[in-house]
Write a protein that binds this ligand. Sequence first.
Ligand SMILES: Cc1cc2nc3c(=O)[nH]c(=O)nc-3n(C[C@H](O)[C@H](O)[C@H](O)COP(=O)(O)O)c2cc1C
Length: 247
Amino acid sequence: MKEILLGVTGSIAAYKAAELASKLTKKGYSVNVVMTEAAQKFITPLTFETLTKHKVHTQLFDGNFEPNVHHISLAKRTDLALIAPASADMIGKIANGIADDMLSTTMLALKDVPVLICPAMNTAMYENYFVQQNMKKLNEAGCIFLEPTEKLLACGEVGKGALVDIETIAGFVDGMLKNASEHTHDVYANVGKEENSEVHEAAGKADDMAELDLEEIARAEAEKAAENFEKKLPKTIDLSGLEIPED
Ligand SMILES: Cc1cc2nc3c(=O)[nH]c(=O)nc-3n(C[C@H](O)[C@H](O)[C@H](O)COP(=O)(O)O)c2cc1C
């Protein structure tokens, strides 16, 4: 079972991460949620624990002894890291190597793990020079960004800053994890620059490819299983019709 690290930060869109956690769990992923302190002002860990059936990570120093260092072991078993919603603060921390809470520390401990970041914030914050620079830095380092959409935001303004829809995020998770084809990677590389409708189309394609891939894997597995089964059959010989010559 693939393990997804879902980072949830202090944004009004944090409640949407519950739907995302539920969707990914239903798709068969093991979802390990890490919440910042600010995220817990918007939604409780209990919601995610109920939906994912896993303990939510909130503390870097949680006081319980564990044989493995908590954030390192979590980073090591992560197949894909996703932050949704990603605050300006968390993007800034990761881009600048700051590790002062469970989420930022775990993110910096990841190695060779695909990272998907879905920002959500007020338009002015999103367009802020330093926030843009931080995103550029992370994008150049290989992190994939799903641009926020333009709509009436919680702050009362209309503009870019709303978390991209959950279906799109889940489609990208599938595509990235199943690594469908080289083409899928091209789509990811351009996604930050595309219009939202094209993002949807790309996510749909990634999803389709992932499904195709899954079917092929399932068929190959079934063939292998049938072959193994035949090999394991006891080698018995039916002697009932055999005429035994008398001496
Ligand atoms: C009501 C409210 C809504 C907020 N929404 C956002 C948001 O959507 N995006 C964002 O980057 N910051 C938002 N903030 C600010 C963050 O919560 C704040 O920067 C916090 O330090 C982020 O911490 P974190 O990155 O550890 O989660 C909001 C703050 C408040 C009070």
